[in-house]
Design a protein around this ligand. Structure first.
Ligand code: GDP
Length: 464
């Protein structure tokens, strides 16, 4: 009997151990946005502030967290988000911005949480794992490729590029004969010309540029799967350039896009999409329109059933909350934050309608993951201007700048009729490259971020 009881106890212990390992609740939070939207700074600041919760007044979960600590992540083959290095950059004697996101990475922050409610005192603290997955927004827009053939994709890519003035690529295409036998250097030249055309369009404010890996290749740079380009329809005999381009396009879908969605995207619970709304407004109406269209595309990736082709392979989780956040709100005096939020809200509502979206709950926020400025009022030519002051990146000198005004009504920016009539943010906005502020705030200066705690509240509060 003794031996039997031993075996049972051991069995129970084994089960208990594996239960805590497997069943500690886990929240997988995706963080995305186009290059320079602010992903790296956001994650670094979010993790630092969750570990030191003193300043997270707007995050109700903060008071329940007893400790927060970094742990080895669950996925052994995904690069780790370099939290310590990025925090080191921001908090060094001469603070500088960390290097931005180039590929997917992951970080596990484990939270020891006091249970709430009447029975809270009876149960011990539990552990909730927060797995943060950082990935380029460029890769998310590749979802649209899955249902397209090479010809359909080519037609759209060529029209879009032409509208952004890609003469260089048109010239490169004129040099080649798609029906001629494939020569690798020709394919390489064409792919390189296509990539520079994508870059130029991106810098001018274009959003939906595919394939996403051409802009951010990760570790695939130079591989055949990235050495293709769009061509107009035509003959494609065996062994021809066009036939090979089509084959590589299909390989890109099967070997790059599909695994990314399967291994990373389909496993998320929550998502934050960071958008440099101010940058788009500054670039002009076309960039704003592009951003609005991109939000609709992004939303459609979160539609239930959007990954139908994937669900067949595995039971994907479902993202039930998506936060759209306008970053770098510290470039504006707080008196204009409501206008910024309204503009983003109008873009998202419109995109929801266009994408016929009835999936996850969405919210919008204007935030700064790391405040680089303080606010002031300056009298200029008899007028009081709300300005922001910070240390300029280029000169290292302090400057108080007035970025210009946002329109009082979002429709001024979003209705085509109003576009082009006026220019917004024509003040000092172009000069606004502030160095990160040293984290030496004095009492009364408030937290070193703007509304980061609100973002945490929407994304995490119900799960901790
Ligand atoms: P990523 O490419 O999406 O990872 O973008 P990063 O996080 O690297 O941010 C790109 C740049 O935006 C940074 O180098 C900063 O110059 C700026 N930035 C990001 N977050 C903030 C912020 O909260 N405030 C200010 N003023 N600038 C920010």
């Amino acid at each position: 009997i003794g031996r039997f009881a031993d075996a049972v106890t051991r069995g129970v212990e084994d089960v208990a151990n594996s239960v805590t390992e497997v069943f500690d609740p886990t929240v997988r939070l995706g963080v995305t946005g186009l290059s320079r939207a602010g992903k790296t700074v956001f994650i670094t600041s979010l993790v630092a502030n969750l570990m030191d919760r003193g300043r997270m007044g707007g995050f109700s979960g903060a008071s329940r967290i007893e400790t927060a600590f970094l742990q080895p992540q669950p996925d052994d083959t995904v690069p780790r988000f370099e939290f310590e290095k990025h925090l080191g950059a921001l908090t060094s004697a001469q603070p500088h911005w960390p290097e931005g996101t180039r590929a997917v990475s992951e970080l596990r922050l484990s939270l020891k949480v006091r249970p709430s409610g009447m029975l809270g005192g009876l149960r011990g603290p539990r552990v909730v794992h927060l797995d943060i997955v950082d990935y380029p927004g460029e890769w998310l827009l590749d979802l649209g490729l899955m249902e397209k053939t090479y010809d359909a994709w080519s037609a759209r890519a060529l029209t879009r590029l032409a509208s952004w003035g890609a003469e260089g690529y048109a010239a490169a295409m004129a040099e080649v004969d798609g029906a001629a036998k494939l020569q690798e250097p020709v394919a390489q030249t064409l792919a390189a010309a296509y990539t520079s055309a994508l870059r130029a369009a991106r810098d001018a404010g274009a959003y939906d540029l595919t394939p996403g890996r051409f802009l951010l290749p990760g570790d695939l740079e130079g591989s055949p799967v990235l050495t293709f380009a769009p061509l107009p329809p035509g003959e494609a005999p065996r062994g021809s350039l066009r036939r090979e381009m089509e084959r590589r396009f299909d390989a890109y879908k099967a070997k790059v896009v599909q695994p990314f969605f399967r291994d990373h995207f389909a496993r998320l619970d929550r998502q934050v999409v960071l958008l440099d709304v101010l940058g788009a407004i500054r670039r002009g109406p076309r960039a704003v329109e592009e951003m609005r269209a991109a939000i609709a595309d992004i939303l459609s990736a979160f539609k239930p059933g959007a990954l139908g082709w994937l669900m067949a392979l595995l039971g994907a989780r479902r993202v039930d909350r998506v936060l759209f956040a306008a970053t770098k709100a510290d470039h504006l005096h707080h008196t204009q934050h409501a206008r910024l939020t309204d503009i983003l809200d109008a873009m998202v509502s419109d995109a929801r309608r266009r994408a016929d979206f009835a999936g996850a709950g969405t919210r919008v926020l204007a935030l700064a993951a790391l405040r680089a400025t303080v606010e002031e009022e300056r009298v200029h030519k008899g007028e009081t201007l709300p300005v922001v002051r910070g240390r300029l990146m280029e000169t290292g000198k302090e400057a108080a700048l007035f970025p210009g005004e946002l329109p009082p009504d979002a429709s001024h920016i979003l209705t085509p009729a109003a576009q082009g009539a006026e220019v917004w943010l024509d003040g000092d906005y172009d000069l606004m490259e502030f160095a990160p502020a040293p984290l030496t705030l004095r009492p009364g200066e408030g937290p070193p971020f703007i509304r980061l705690d609100r973002a945490a509240e929407f994304l995490l509060a119900d799960r901790v």
